[in-house]
Design a protein around this ligand. Sequence first.
Ligand SMILES: [Zn+2]
Length: 438
Amino acid sequence: MPSPTDDRADAADDAAHELALGDDLRAFVDASPSPSHAVAEMARRLTGAGFTELAEADRWQPAPGGRHFVVRHGSLVAFRLGSRPLAESGMRLVGAHTDSPTFKVRPHSDVRQAGYRLVGVEPYGGGLWHTWLDRELTVAGRVVLRGGETALVRLPGAPLRLPSLAIHLDRSVREGLTLDPQRHLVPVWDQALEGEPGLLEAVASAAGVDVDDIVGHDLVLADTQPAARSGADGTWIAAPRLDNLGCSHAGLLALLAAPAGDRTQVLVANDHEEVGSGSMAGARGSFLEDVVRRLASATDSGDPEAGHRAMARSILVSADMAHAVHPTQYDRHEPAHRPRLGGGPVLKLNANQAYATDATTGGWFADRAAEAGVPLQRFVTRADLPCGSTIGPLTATRLGIATVDVGSPMLGMHSCRETASALDVPLMVDVLTACFDD
Ligand SMILES: [Zn+2]
């Protein structure tokens, strides 16, 4: 019989495990200032675990049990093939997204005014832009070189900022801050010195390439402050980009932890969710469908029906962050549906199909949570407020795969600095692992 001392030791072990996974999420976020970096970090971890990369342009001959991943720009699909053909056993899929609201560097980005050098940027997604003021920022992403090769780059240090205007220079801010993205959200880089190199020269130097070899770029602003433990007991995580690196990380850990089985297990992390998913790498694009059809065909002697049969037997868990109830503006939540930080995964439902969950898929997910010993919270939005959405309904619409929308609770979604709980990290990893292992 375990003694109270054993129980205390177990509890301490559990707490250490939760914080370790929370710390691992922090490291994942710090390594992922842009979608390209997030994909590279996932690829690095997958490679370390024995997964190998497949190129879309190559002929695939995956063997049963094969572990591979495919990259399309800022998106990644990773999979572990089951021992049976996809058409016979179906798949268990987890979907997330790699992008977050930010600012994208313009083609002609060198701006000089008022004795400063600034960087011309364009807002990306629906950010809470005021939270980007007075923070230590950098530029990160990928550059495309002559010949088509790409290189990841992050400017060292924290060279950029968006300074607030002093209250003494505009007291109307007391009535509410209004930011015009074209005029006000232009980060300053330096005091302009004649003859100083421009941003692209700095990017080339950080990437170790010749500036004349850069023929294109996907560069975004990124907060440089490392993700931190916060809250009274240190179990909260304060970090940029938790939406949706939080669930990308949990999905990845679950895929790595899940045992091999009959069924094929697939993780998809799409770019461009924050701008509607309409791109070749986004959830409205063909990426996931292309991979699934190829795998179904390869595991079923090229049968043209294999893809349809595989999708009819599959379930997708669309994992994206969820709104925890706010400490002071709790009335923004439906009173009977108020997820809390640390309370476990949130099952998201919406009568108007902003979430893809239905009774069957929601019930299946609740079963997996019970099996994993993971508590489940439920979210519906207030009847008088609009509802956000995810890649879930888009993927379900495109592929006809039964889908459930879930997420980990967080505060301040789309802030430059968001808040989640380390206690939710192992809970989401455990339930997603159970989904893969179903
Ligand atoms: Zn999201």
